[in-house]
Write a protein that binds this ligand. Sequence first.
Ligand SMILES: NC(=O)C1=CN([C@@H]2O[C@H](COP(=O)(O)OP(=O)(O)OC[C@H]3O[C@@H](n4cnc5c(N)ncnc54)[C@H](OP(=O)(O)O)[C@@H]3O)[C@@H](O)[C@H]2O)C=CC1
Ligand SMILES: O=C1O[C@H](COP(=O)(O)O)[C@@H](O)[C@H](O)[C@H]1O
Length: 470
Amino acid sequence: MADDTATIFVLFGSTGDLAKRMVLPAFFELERAGLLPTHWALVGNGRGHRSDDDFRQHVRDSLDEFDTAPSDDEWEPFAKNLYFAGGGFTADDPGDLLDVIADLTGTLGDDRQLVLYLALPPSVFVDYTEAIGAHDLAKGSRVVYEKPFGTSPKSFEELDEVVHRYFDETQVYRIDHFLGKESTQNLHVLRFANGMVSGVWNREHVEEVQIDIPETLDIDDRAEFYDSTGAFLDMIVTHLFQVAAEVAMEPPLSLSADDLQTARESVIAGFRPIDPDDVVLGQYEGYRDTDGVSDDSATDTFVAMRLWVDTDRWRGVPFVLRTGKELGVSAQQVSLIFRRPDDGPITHLPADGTVLTFDLSGDGAVDLTVTVKEPGPGLHLTLGHTEMDLDAIADGLSPYSRLILDTLHGDRSLFTRPDGLSHVWHVAAPVLDNPPTPQPYARGSMGPGAADRLPGPPGWILTGADATKG
Ligand SMILES: NC(=O)C1=CN([C@@H]2O[C@H](COP(=O)(O)OP(=O)(O)OC[C@H]3O[C@@H](n4cnc5c(N)ncnc54)[C@H](OP(=O)(O)O)[C@@H]3O)[C@@H](O)[C@H]2O)C=CC1
Ligand SMILES: O=C1O[C@H](COP(=O)(O)O)[C@@H](O)[C@H](O)[C@H]1O
């Protein structure tokens, strides 16, 4: 372990969906891997009141539900580090939190570090930041913001100003957990470590890039959050844009943390503001019947769009993005579709004849599709697939564990920066100002039919027929 500083980790929003599904299991994964500091405490915060034991039970239930069930031997030493501070946390009233932190500081020592994690709806980031400042918790601590960092260009600027009023940028960790995925990081390693790949990573060879993240998941457990957010904010301006930046970035000076972060953030400046005509929004049938969703909700549960990256490397190559809930398939794919040779002896080549696909989920497989001869007499073409299973990826830390570990160690390389995010909001503004009307789509489909006009001749590389991948 690189850093063994005693740590108090405050989890705002500890009773919520993200905490249950990601953050609490990640903490246990780190403990199990021996990667937490020797002395640490996790303090759950919420507006209600509950005892430490109730909170411990909540954590155990979360671990049991999400595949990280601890044995009794593992649970006891882990559970004793968990505490709850209720009564909310506002600038006027800190609830129980300051008292709990003071008690733990008495035990862990004055040189303990404080990490403040806002697993909260983005609408309250400003208020919580003000409260952190008002109660003097900002000095010397690290703060983690969930995505989206702002919900509009204006709210981004307001949040950025408040955050920098209390924190130096080096204290701030803005999470986009897609950057914490081993397979996302492998995108640049595969590219820069293999001449066969790096030589063709440009518009001369690539005709189209598809970033396709359909989900079979519904939103029932987080309807209130989702209905005020929608797929465009929840997924596109966050995860899919960051993945697009990973694909599009120029080679960094080195693979050091700073250089990688700078390369990724810089290319976002080349993203062209989105033309609403390049966007199809959808809403699945029955969405408005969900508890917590208004009867006339116009929230998008599906987005497909074209993004243009105006750099010398990518000018003219569409990045076609798609994501949505209640779709026929769950997958997370980045596909580079290569141009057909235009002066070779073989004509009538299929448009999807050479495709390199990176799977960002699961074991991070890389799939290469090439055009080959069908066995038998005559010359008939068919598509051959070869899948590289990357075992090392399958054994890596989950994205949240990785990013929490980086926070504890002070490594900001896989977190986003305000310069890139500021441009993200500039790029998103035309759609936020003038959103297309969401079109209905059937649950279990691949979204509204209109989305099929967005990719070029190969169509979507991932189709409903891939439903077995879900
Ligand atoms: N859920 C997910 O899969 C993912 C979520 N995220 C991000 O994580 C953050 C949290 O998401 P999620 O957990 O789903 O959200 P939730 O709606 O579950 O909210 C989290 C917790 O915040 C508290 N809370 C809710 N509303 C308010 C409010 N108005 N004021 C103060 N506290 C409030 C509640 O705790 P209490 O009632 O105890 O106060 C709630 O349990 C969001 O920014 C989201 O974008 C990121 C990746 C994945
Ligand atoms: O941030 C979010 O991400 C999840 C998808 O994450 P993954 O862990 O399955 O890669 C998405 O379902 C959720 O809506 C969004 O808030």
